[in-house]
Design a protein around this ligand. Structure first.
Ligand code: SAM
Length: 316
């Protein structure tokens, strides 16, 4: 994780015209952050190895869609202008490619899933990361994809079917108190509901960044889901906690609610060409456990992406 974090002396005197100004003390350039969040997001797609040879899929994508540009940090993945509609491409309909936000795309590899493992995706719909988890298992082992809200199950199933995922069980339960077969998992992904500040660049990005009462309530949901993720992983196994928001309340604060005797937060090693800032040690007078610095926060203006936060916890 690079050191793209503001100096503790950084101050901001400009008018509070954007809720993102609350981050002036923890980001290197709040004006660049605000400017980036007001521009449309480039679209990103990746080739799906479950639906053919990725080299052949790559050749087809590059021949059929001249606007695509290879991602500099991930093979067989491309970005393109926001005006493109890859969901209408024949390669998408055939499941040969999937569209996913670039800032969210790098998270699942940080979980370190191996072929044959037993993996839980606690908050799964619409299944972008479930598909990545299934691919990481080699479509072997077992993935349990859980989603609380029934209306979001169709989208999850549709994506998994289209992408050729065959090792995944879909469940429709509250992630709090979740149990499956009373067997612990090797890895658990907790990609929790959040205020979605990092999705502001999307056409329908939904942000709740100026509603502090709502935020106080979602933090309790996030703490409960992270505890449930840790209760479902075996000792020595790993949990990935993610949000698409910048707010320390929904990130470092949630991590800080976990005892250091239950889990350690391990360093995130980012792919070359992708920049992130480390977790912050304090926020509004509150000091966090020392290992939150091992988490990684993606600011949109550093990579021309959305925003994201990832922490990898090892169950003791
Ligand atoms: C950030 S989204 C997950 C995105 C998904 N992982 C992906 O990459 O496609 C969070 C999901 O958690 C679901 N959710 C909200 N509260 C939940 C709960 N208590 N238990 C399980 N899922 C929940 C939401 O409906 C939403 O689909």
């Amino acid at each position: 994780v690079s050191d793209l974090v503001a100096s503790p002396l950084s101050t901001d005197t400009s008018p509070p015209d954007s809720p993102l100004r609350r981050y002036a003390g923890i980001v290197d350039d709040v004006e660049a952050l605000i400017a980036s969040c007001s521009t449309p997001l480039p679209r990103v797609v990746w080739a799906n190895p479950l639906r053919g040879d990725v080299g052949e899929i790559a050749a087809r994508v590059e021949a059929n869609h001249p606007s695509v540009e290879r991602l500099r940090w991930l093979e067989n993945a491309w970005r393109m202008p926001p005006s493109e509609r890859p969901g209408n491409w024949v390669e998408f309909k055939l499941g040969q490619i999937h569209a996913q936000e670039e800032a969210a795309l790098w998270a699942v590899p940080m979980l370190g899933v191996l072929p044959g493992e037993r993996v839980l995706d606690l908050c799964a719909s619409p299944g972008n990361k479930t598909a990545q988890l299934a691919i990481a298992t080699g479509n072997t082992g077992m993935v349990v994809a859980n989603e609380r809200y029934g209306v979001r199950i169709d989208a999850l199933r549709f994506n998994l079917d289209r992408l050729g995922v065959t090792n995944t069980v879909v469940t429709n339960r509250d992630g709090h108190g979740f149990r499956y077969d009373n067997e612990p998992f090797d890895r658990v992904l907790a990609d929790v509901p959040c205020s979605c500040e990092g999705t502001a660049r999307k056409p329908h990005g939904n942000r709740r960044d100026d509603d502090s009462a709502w935020r106080a309530q979602i933090v309790q949901v996030q703490v409960g889901l992270l505890r449930s993720a840790l209760a479902n992983v075996r000792r020595g196994g790993t949990v990935l906690y993610c949000t698409c928001t910048f707010a320390p309340e929904e990130n470092e604060f949630v991590l800080n609610s976990i005892s250091t005797e239950i889990a350690q937060i391990e360093p995130i090693v980012l792919p070359d060409g992708l920049h992130a800032a480390p977790g912050i040690p304090t926020w509004e007078g509150r000091e966090f456990r020392a290992d939150v610095k091992n988490a990684a926060r993606i600011w949109p203006h550093h990579n021309d992406t959305g925003g994201f936060f990832v922490a990898r916890l090892r169950r003791i």
